[in-house]
Every structure is written in structure tokens, then in C-alpha cells.
Design a protein around this ligand. Structure first.
Ligand SMILES: [Cu+2]
Length: 238
């Protein structure tokens, strides 16, 4: 995983501070501006979008390659991607805490996930394709647009919250559309509550669409989840 500072160094062209000051006023500054029209003035330059045509193999946090491709299906015309318009919202939806959901809610949520998993595997709304979004954007599947040597990484930068918010927003809306309920809301993990400090049990029912056999059973109840866990199980009993 590439450190942000290293990426910034690669992305940000060196610009003499004096040129910035001169560029803010005066004729010499104006001429200077022409010469640097495409150069960033600020070291806080925004992270460019992904170059969608650059997708290649992604890598895991330890640097080893992801053993499958996360590359996402692309629209036919990359130059004409419509801007998403927020729908009119007439009712605020409320996310329930995962440890406290009703049986009715679990049925609804499970049905939506099952439908998502049953879509054609190449369908962008398919469960695996949705997982691939995180893999491609968070495991350096893309390069930054205009910087072919810089892998895009939405963690460790100001992109973290916006990216994950829109990611969950669309995931939630897709699930709602699959069950014809535009008020559907994902559950949230209420770790602030003592009874919510364990992995929510709705995810550990074998044969449920919410179940994943790859989850480490050492972290399920009765164990309390260790928020400091960083991919290496030093103490299997928690
Ligand atoms: Cu992420």
C-alpha cells in the first residue's frame, strides 16, 4: 500500500513559492500563470478521479495480489457518464441497530441480499460486483486520472468518508429497489451500546443469505469484538 505522502509527492509538481505569490498579482505573475496553467498551486490538490480504463490487478494490504479481478463493468461510452441526480426525498429513512432488528426486518434484508446475489454475475448490481467496487477503489485497482504511475487509494485521505458514504448509499438503494421498498435502510453496527459490542448475530446464521463462511468464528459471540484488530489474529480467543 502506497503511503499518501509518497503519492502526493508523485502527483504534485514542484512549484516555487515565489511563483505562487507572483502569480497572484502583477504582469510577471500573469505571464507566470500562463506557464503553470495546468500545475496545481496548492499542496492540498484534490485527489483525481480514477482512470476507469486503467483497471488492473488489485493488491491486498500485505502487497500480495488479489487472486481474482476486481475490475468493474464499464459503460460503453466513458465520455458520456450521466451525473447522478438525487431523488426527491419525502420520508427520512432510519437505519436500525444491527443487534436489535426485528424478525420482519431480517426477512426483508435477507430477501434483498438473496436477490442481489441471484442477479447475473456480470450485472453491475450483482453482490459480487458490488464487493468489487470496494476492491477496485480500496485495493488500488485503478490509477489516478492523468497520473498513470499512481494507484488510486480512497483510504488514508479526505476521500475516505465521501467514498464510503456514497458506496453504502447506492448499496442500500439497490437493495431497496430489489424488494420494491424505497424506504429500506441498512442496519448500522451500534458498537456504542454494550450489547452491540459483539458481531451482530444476524450475520452468523448458516444458510442465511447474510452468512459468509469465510468470517472468522473466533470473533463471533460470546467474544467481544476487538476494534484494534488489524488482520492478524494474535489471540484467537480474543
Ligand atoms: Cu474501504
Amino acid at each position: 500500500m502506497i503511503q499518501r505522502s509518497k503519492v502526493d509527492k508523485q502527483r504534485t509538481r514542484k512549484l516555487d513559492r515565489r511563483n505562487v505569490l507572483l502569480g497572484l498579482g502583477g504582469l510577471y505573475g500573469a505571464a507566470n500563470l500562463i506557464g503553470v496553467a495546468n500545475e496545481p498551486f496548492s499542496l492540498g490538490a484534490p485527489v483525481p478521479p480514477p482512470d476507469l480504463s486503467s483497471c488492473s490487478s488489485s493488491s491486498l494490504p500485505d502487497g500480495s495480489p488479489v487472486p481474482f479481478t476486481c475490475c468493474l463493468p464499464l459503460p460503453k461510452d466513458l465520455s458520456n457518464i450521466p451525473t447522478y441526480k438525487l431523488p426527491n426525498v419525502s420520508k427520512v429513512t432510519i437505519r436500525p441497530s444491527a443487534h436489535n432488528v426485528t424478525r420482519e426486518y431480517i426477512t426483508k434484508y435477507s430477501t434483498a441480499i438473496q436477490k442481489m446475489k441471484s442477479l447475473d454475475k456480470d450485472d453491475p448490481l450483482n453482490f459480487m460486483q458490488q464487493a468489487n467496487i470496494h476492491c477496485a477503489y480500496c485495493n488500488t485497482g485503478y490509477k489516478e486520472l492523468g497520473f498513470p504511475g499512481v494507484p488510486l487509494q480512497v483510504h488514508f485521505s479526505c476521500l475516505f468518508f465521501p467514498f464510503h458514504r456514497w458506496y453504502l448509499y447506492f448499496f442500500e438503494r439497490i437493495l431497496g429497489s430489489l424488494i420494491g421498498d424505497d424506504t429500506f435502510a441498512l442496519p448500522f453496527w451500534n458498537y456504542d451500546s454494550q450489547v452491540g459490542m459483539q458481531l451482530p448475530s444476524l450475520y452468523n446464521v448458516v444458510n442465511s443469505p447474510l452468512y459468509d463462511p469465510n468470517r472468522n468464528q473466533n470473533h463471533f459471540p460470546p467474544n467481544v469484538v476487538n476494534l484494534g484488530f488489524t488482520t492478524i489474529d494474535l489471540n484467537a480467543s480474543d
